[in-house]
Every structure is written in structure tokens, then in C-alpha cells.
Design a binder for this molecule. Structure first.
Ligand SMILES: Cc1cc2nc3c(=O)[nH]c(=O)nc-3n(C[C@H](O)[C@H](O)[C@H](O)COP(=O)(O)OP(=O)(O)OC[C@H]3O[C@@H](n4cnc5c(N)ncnc54)[C@H](O)[C@@H]3O)c2cc1C
Length: 473
């Protein structure tokens, strides 16, 4: 072990990259740890994993690497996933973020305000598509159009049961964007890690180390990282300051191991049901992969379930066929009906979470206990269906599919802000009891009303990059 690094960030997803962007703003350099090697771990097992979302087709090896490198053992039926590659799950996300931030964590109003300011700066810097309006005040505007028949949900009479809102979309807007989503260049303008890195690393201040982290150790006042390189050799790094942005599942495991935390850890998430409604009027979308363009959110502090609405696209019809091969002969009809399909994710409040993690015999087991979410989700779906029916938007039939616990891919809340517990961070995301370990991914948040949390995660990571860049090492 030779050089001591001033700072290292574990991860290269959108949390890590947003941290790096503001950290390097005034000339500082930073090291990101991100593993890239397709054939190293588990190379004997070539079978495709069956439970991956359609965006991740062909990416089984990265998911297997994630489980293997992190010593995870997944209970059968539990659909939690992660991906050990540049960008992680940020490469595959569904491209919508909530355009509001509700306070469901124990942080000061000053910190809350700072996160909100960074969200607005992020929207402005990257000219993302969508608007941020607070108490009728427009804080950012780059609006997009939605089909006429859905406008009836956002305009006119107030509804006491549901709120309908347009999200912010994960696309950089190209010049002359006038609100028509069909004109977006999906590949070039998608907010994913590679496109983002191109924009922020023109000065080459971000150095990427091709390693994965097996263990974090305390070494006097420094932190020691036990890593593995692409040739499967162990490599140790000493760092003065460590920032974890490895995604909730991996970050939590690394921290629990570091603290020798043996108890069960509850992972919060938003249980999901896929639902298909059939629109009375055609929706013309040319996008290969459409983001959700409207969210319907239950107005209740007790139960923030929600549904998003997404025009049909080829990727969705292909995945329907994957789940139900017997519909193959009807595929031409389904493709023809594509422009009538409204695809929806019904997402539950985090109070219905059912994922846990525990260290057992040097492995981290990930499991569910109750498996009752399908029933709850179906009830909520009926409420959404009746709402859409009452607005004369859909025909009187629908189709649902429950993908399993964890297949919402939103994992959070394991190392929350300012609690009594050992797994906790302060307002500046510093791990309790430590002077130099910070957590900047979803692990620290409680997303109750917010169902598409990446915007807030990125905004907070930017806040922390800016704060830590001002602290001398
Ligand atoms: C199909 C899908 C759709 C989604 N849709 C949405 C959406 O519409 N809106 C939304 O807000 N969210 C969505 N999400 C969730 C979103 O993708 C995550 O919130 C986001 O990826 C979190 O970013 P992150 O940077 O914290 O973590 P990740 O993107 O998971 O990145 C983690 C990084 O850490 C690295 N890593 C992990 N373990 C180790 C290790 N031991 N050593 C070294 N590196 C490691 C990984 O390689 C990766 O670079 C979706 C997720 C999926 C899968």
C-alpha cells in the first residue's frame, strides 16, 4: 500500500457522479471506484436471469457480479437487484423524477432548503425536461406536452382524493425543445451515467479506479478499503475521506460489515404492481421507451400510494410477451394496439415495505417475510382504475401483473438521518461515530410521498460534493 488518497467515492451511478460534479467544481480532483469486467466473477454460470426488467436484457452478468462480489444471498421469490458496472442501476432507470420534495426525514429546514436549491441548480445546469412549481411559484420551467385526454386530469376541478402531477423527465433538453417528447433524441439525451460523465468530466478531474470494494476497515485515523481488481487480485487503498454511493443495498452491506452490525436491517421500498389500461383515444408516441408523463398521487398523510401513466411502447409489449409467452400469436394485434395502451406502475407508500437484510455466516441474506403486498396493490389499482374510468379516459377493463417484492428497484431508508440507531447519519451525511465516512445515496432517505426519488438523491449528492470540497483534508 503506497499512496494515501484524499478522497474516494464508491460507485459511479448518478449519486456518485453528481457528488463528483460539485466536488470538482473549483479544481479539486476525485477518485471514483467502479468495477468493469464481464468475465471475472461467476463466469461459469452463463444462464440469463429471468427476473430482470426489459431495460436490463442481456445484463445478467453484471447482476450476478453484484450478488457475488457483495456476498449476497437472495431468498427465492425476492426480486431485489443491483448491477456491478459503470453507472449501476442508474443506466436503466425509468426516466421520471418527482418534482417536489416532501419532508419525511429528520433534517433541519436549512438542510431541506439546501437540497431543494441544489435540485433547482441541477435542473438549470442540465436543462432537464419538466417544471418545478412550489405553492404556485415557478422555480424552473421547461414543460412538455401530454396527450389531450390526460390533460383533463391536471386541469379543472380539484379532486379531494387524488393529486395529478407531471414529473421531471430524465432527458437533457436539446436546443429548440418545444415540449414535444417525440422530438427527443433518446440515446443522446438520456440522463444516464455515461452521458452525464461526458458533460461533467471535460477537465478530467474525475479519476475512475477499476476495482470493487469487498470491505471497509478502520486504520487509525484513515480508512482502508479492501478491493479486488480486474485480475482478481486483492488491492488495498488508504483514504482520508470515504463517500459511499454504491446504491442502498451495497452501501448498507459495506457499512453494516464495517460496524459489525449483526441485527436485521429493514430496507424501505415502494412495492409495485404493473397495470395496463386501455385508452379510449389513441396516444401517438414515437419513443422507443416512454417515461411516465403523469402521476396520480393519493392525498393522504397515512397512505401515499400512487400510479404513473406511460404511453405504450415496443419495449413494454415485448416484455408482456416475455412474461406470458402464450400471447405470442396475438402479438401483431398487441403491437397495433400499442397506441391505446396506458402502462402504469402502482407504487405503495414505504410503510408497506417487506425487504430485510441480515448477516448470516459471512453472507448477507436478503429476504421478505409477509409476501402480502399483491393483495394491497390490487386494491389500490382498483381505485386508480375507477378514477380513470370516471374521467372517461379508459375502457372498462385492465390487466395487472405483480413482479414480486423488490422489483420496484427503489431501495432506501437503511441509514436514516439523525436517529438514535447506530446506522444513522447527521445532516451532513456523516456516519454516526465516524469522522470521515459519508453516505450520499438513497440509504439515508425516507421516501414516502416521493415515488421517483432519483432527483432528490442527485440534489443531495450535489449538496454534499459542494460541502466536502470546502473542507481541508
Ligand atoms: C428498471 C429501473 C427503473 C427505475 N426507474 C426509476 C425512475 O423512473 N425514477 C427514479 O427516481 N428511480 C428509478 N429507478 C431507481 C434508480 O435507478 C436508482 O434510484 C438509482 O440508480 C440510484 O443511483 P445510485 O447512484 O445511488 O446507485 P446505482 O445506480 O445503483 O449505482 C451504484 C454504483 O455502485 C457500484 N457498486 C456497487 N457495489 C459496489 C462495490 N462493492 N464496489 C464498488 N462499486 C460498487 C455499482 O457498480 C454502481 O456504479 C429505477 C431502477 C431500475 C432498475
Amino acid at each position: 500500500m503506497k499512496k494515501i488518497l484524499d478522497i474516494a467515492v464508491i460507485g459511479s451511478g448518478l449519486a456518485a457522479l453528481n457528488f463528483a460534479d460539485t466536488y470538482t467544481n473549483k479544481g479539486k480532483k476525485i477518485n471514483l471506484i467502479s468495477f468493469e469486467n464481464k468475465d471475472l466473477i461467476n463466469s461459469k454460470n452463463k444462464n440469463e436471469l429471468k427476473f430482470l426488467p426489459s431495460q436490463m436484457k442481456g445484463k445478467s452478468i453484471n447482476v450476478k457480479n453484484f450478488f457475488s462480489a457483495n456476498s449476497f444471498e437472495l431468498q427465492k421469490g425476492c426480486k431485489v437487484l443491483g448491477s456491478l458496472e459503470f453507472g449501476g442501476l442508474s443506466n436503466y432507470w425509468g426516466l421520471q423524477m418527482d418534482n417536489y420534495f416532501n419532508k419525511s426525514q429528520k433534517i433541519s429546514s436549512k438542510t431541506l432548503k439546501a437540497i431543494e436549491n441544489h435540485l433547482i441548480k441541477l435542473l438549470n445546469k442540465f436543462q432537464l425536461i419538466g417544471s418545478y412549481v412550489k405553492k404556485n411559484k415557478i422555480l424552473y420551467k421547461n414543460d412538455f406536452h401530454i396527450p389531450d385526454q390526460l390533460n383533463s386530469l391536471t386541469l379543472g376541478k380539484k379532486n379531494n382524493y387524488f393529486n395529478c402531477e407531471k414529473p421531471i423527465l430524465g432527458f437533457f433538453s436539446q436546443k429548440n425543445f418545444k415540449g414535444n417528447l417525440n422530438h427527443i433524441n433518446e440515446e443522446k439525451n438520456k440522463l444516464n451515467s455515461l452521458n452525464f460523465l461526458k458533460k461533467i468530466n471535460k477537465n478530467k478531474r474525475i479519476n475512475i479506479l477499476n476495482l470493487y470494494v469487498k470491505k471497509i476497515l478502520k486504520n487509525k485515523k484513515k480508512i482502508e478499503l479492501v478491493c479486488v481488481d480486474r485480475n482478481n487480485n486483492e488491492k488495498r487503498l488508504k483514504v482520508k475521506k470515504l463517500v459511499l454511493a454504491a446504491g442502498t443495498i451495497s452501501t448498507t452491506k459495506l457499512i453494516a460489515d464495517y460496524l459489525n452490525f449483526q441485527s436485521e436491517i429493514k430496507v424501505k421500498h415502494h412495492p409495485r404492481l404493473f397495470s395496463i389500461f386501455f385508452s379510449k383515444k389513441a396516444i401517438k408516441s414515437k419513443m422507443k421507451f416512454t417515461p411516465s408523463i403523469l402521476q396520480i398521487i393519493r392525498k393522504s398523510n397515512q397512505d401515499y400510494f400512487s400510479a404513473d401513466l406511460r404511453p405504450g411502447n415496443k419495449m413494454i409489449t415485448n416484455s408482456i410477451e416475455e412474461f406470458y409467452p402464450f400471447i405470442k400469436p396475438f402479438k401483431p394485434i398487441i403491437n397495433y394496439l400499442n397506441h391505446r395502451i396506458i402502462f402504469s406502475n402502482i407504487l405503495l407508500d414505504s410503510k408497506d415495505s417487506d425487504i430485510y437484510m441480515k448477516k448470516i455466516n459471512n453472507k448477507f441474506r436478503i429476504y421478505s417475510k409477509k409476501f402480502i403486498m399483491k393483495k394491497i396493490l390490487k386494491k389500490k389499482n382498483k381505485k386508480i382504475y375507477k378514477f380513470l374510468l370516471s374521467k372517461k379516459i379508459v375502457y372498462p377493463f385492465y390487466y395487472t401483473h405483480f413482479p414480486g417484492p423488490g422489483a420496484d428497484y427503489h431501495y432506501f431508508g437503511t441509514i436514516p438521518f439523525n436517529t438514535e440507531k447506530r446506522l444513522s447519519v447527521d445532516d451532513n451525511c456523516k456516519l454516526k461515530g465516524s469522522s470521515n465516512i459519508y453516505v450520499v445515496d438513497s440509504s439515508i432517505f425516507e421516501f414516502k410521498k416521493n415515488k421517483y426519488p432519483l432527483g432528490i438523491v442527485m440534489a443531495n449528492a450535489r449538496r454534499m460534493g459542494s460541502i466536502l470540497s470546502k473542507i481541508k483534508t
